[in-house]
Design a protein around this ligand. Structure first.
Ligand code: FAD
Length: 346
């Protein structure tokens, strides 16, 4: 079990900026996100959309914004854990009335901390499961996946990809040289992805490197302990056909879910967490909520509001770690730690 000053749940823009503000005060963080990349909504939902309301930055695409935040926190100590959800938080002790928490992820990484920052946006992004298949997750790790964690997994395998958006098209192109065979299943012969990638995908079909199966939908997964194939139903004729496969990659997009947060006895206002705006603490001592996930009168779901909230909350986190001490205040130009890490002579 690793001890850290702040565990940040969610590596969206607000979670990322928390590392910066914590770093200025010499606090270390671990950032945990369910997605396979940092950046939250910006990276997942609208990477190419421009953002015009970041102070001092007239124009940035959302992905450029995320990249800049990652660059900005480079001088500071933090760990980034992706592809895992924070499932459980529990108090391990309350010495001098200050709670120490234990935080456990879905990959069974466990942290001890005095400060949990919930920067969970609209909830964790969870892959949509294939419709009409009972418990597809029984094959997780033995033939079913919802994201590409490692391309090597598909080396020499008979792979079937499901979906009609950018991810499905991108991975067909990317994995066509890695998998032994690759098929793409979609319920119609039209795709929502970038026209350029669709063109590349159709070229692979022409040269026989990809089998395009439309209009088909999944009917069942075959196999006992591991996947051995699927049956697909023709969307028009209802005819069912069997196909051999040992890897199935379902890319049906993402749902947003509050998920385990609902079990943590936190005061909610609808799907948001109530906070005290003097510190952005929740009703639980040592648990803060910053960014889109929180609720208070006048709240706006904007990145810059989340930056303000987490800046204030980090001050309180410092006080909890150093009870009775004044929180050091200074502009970044006079922050010796930052200057030293950036190699600047102040
Ligand atoms: C189309 C669109 C356009 C927008 N344009 C703008 C704009 O121009 N300007 C602007 O200021 N704002 C804009 N926004 C809003 C902005 O994206 C949000 O305010 C911002 O993303 C909130 O950041 P966040 O870090 O609080 O949460 P998010 O970006 O939502 O990130 C939260 C992260 O937490 C993760 N998470 C949640 N629960 C868990 C858990 N239990 N375990 C692990 N991980 C978890 C999620 O997977 C997610 O990655 C836009 C939003 C959308 C949808």
């Amino acid at each position: 079990m690793k001890e850290v000053d702040i565990v940040v749940i969610g590596a969206g823009p607000v979670g990322l900026f928390t590392v910066f503000e914590a770093g200025l005060l010499g606090l270390d963080c671990v950032l945990i996100d369910n997605l396979d990349k940092p950046g939250g909504q910006c990276a997942e939902l609208y990477p190419e959309k421009p953002i015009y309301d970041i102070p001092g930055v007239p124009f940035q695409t959302a992905q450029e914004h995320v990249d800049a935040l990652i660059e900005q926190i480079k001088p500071f100590d933090y760990d980034l854990l992706l592809n895992q959800r924070v499932n459980e938080i529990k108090i391990v002790n309350s010495d001098n009335d200050i709670n120490t928490w234990q935080v456990t992820t879905s990959e069974n990484n466990i942290f001890k901390t005095k400060n949990i920052f919930i920067a969970a946006g609209a909830g964790s992004f969870e892959a949509r499961r294939p419709p009409n298949i009972e418990d597809p997750d029984q094959f997780l790790g033995s033939g079913v996946s919802y994201a590409v964690r490692s391309k090597d997994l598909y080396k020499g395998k008979d792979l079937i990809i499901f979906g009609g958006g950018d991810s499905a098209l991108d991975w067909c192109v990317e994995l066509s040289d890695i998998a032994k065979s690759i098929s793409l299943v979609h319920r119609r012969d039209e795709f929502r992805g970038a026209p350029h990638t669709e063109k590349l995908m159709r070229e692979l079909v022409t040269i026989g490197k990809l089998q395009l199966l439309t209009p088909y939908v999944i009917n069942s997964i075959l196999g006992k302990d591991t996947v051995t194939g699927v049956t697909l139903k023709n969307f028009d004729s209802n005819e069912v056909k069997e196909f051999k496969a040992n890897e199935l990659l379902f890319l049906f997009g993402l749902n947003k879910k509050l998920g385990p947060i609902l079990d943590w006895n936190i005061d909610l206002n609808g799907k948001k967490i109530d906070v005290d705006t003097s510190t952005y603490s929740t009703n639980l001592d040592g648990v803060f909520a910053v960014g889109d996930i929180n609720h208070y009168e006048g709240k706006l779901d904007l990145i810059l509001c989340g930056f303000h909230e987490t800046t204030i909350a980090v001050q309180e986190a410092y006080r909890r770690i150093n009870p009775g001490q004044r929180v050091p205040f200074g502009y970044t130009t006079s922050n010796a730690k930052l200057q030293a890490k950036l190699g600047v002579n102040s």
